[in-house]
Design a protein around this ligand. Sequence first.
Ligand SMILES: [Zn+2]
Length: 345
Amino acid sequence: MASDTRIASSVDYERDGKQIGWLALPLSVTRSAYGNLMLPICVVKHGSGPTALLMAGNHGDEYEGQIALNKLIRSIDPARVEGRVIILPAANLPAALAGTRVSPLDDRNMNRVFPGDPDGTPTEQIAHYIDSVLFPMADAFADFHSGGGSLDFSPWCGFNTTTGVSRAVLDRTVELARAVGAPLTINFGEDLDTRVAAIAALRRGVPNVGGEFGGGGSVAVEGIRIVERGITNLLATLGIMGEPPAAPPPTRLMTVPGPEYFVLAPEPGLFEPFVEIGETVADDQPAGQVVFVDNPAREPVPVRFDAGGLVICKRHPGRVERGDCLYHLAVDWDGQIGDGAQRLN
Ligand SMILES: [Zn+2]
């Protein structure tokens, strides 16, 4: 594989069996002149078949995927595998250990630096390794997220699209997202930001799914169950392990048509929400109000929804700054990728 990465792997991606090892990223610091950042990785290979790349800890404060993949590494039996499973359970390890969205080493958000940089900061170097070494090996990729410390979510699995992706890759992406069987399956359409792992994988021709399985900096019991069942369904659908379910698991197909489905705080203050996750709201319905605890004489500033739909995301902390995301909505989707994507082929 042609990659100018500085990261060295202790696992042999071509060897049969289960290997639990490290990606060593050289990190020369005062405490350790010739030190390395050691990122955990597991490779399970047996027979011939496709390769699934499973990742969590892209954001360090999102835990359901980290727990599910940690358990999978210990439980997966190579004899049951036909193909290869590559598992990165804490992709941005410094962030995962700190319980933060961004890495404490460089203050970078890994899901905003793809395709990364082999000579960049630690977070950029990790993203570059994933993009240039792991994506080319993968037939499918899953990146498990949650809302982290600042957002709560109704659990969903979903995907992005972007220009230049083949119809076959998009169709497979939709098939895999539905196979995960989360309560909601969300088509995010053309992503607002092209520096995310999902878009980088699509550019490498890798069908891939993501999703939000909890939030608030906590660990959702149901979120872990959904991720674990989703991995089982995903590996079965790929033909790597187990029998696929006789019927596709039930899910509600949804989409987020545009930025007007997000509600942002208009002022800094304390946000009083009027609706909860799972409620259906109408366009122009009051969403809440910003209250000024330092000046009770000041009238609260009202906040309204700019579109109607299902509330799938809500800000977790009460204090807000102007521009913070307070809510976002989704609407029902017919399961068809739109004309814009179909033109790409
Ligand atoms: Zn995330």
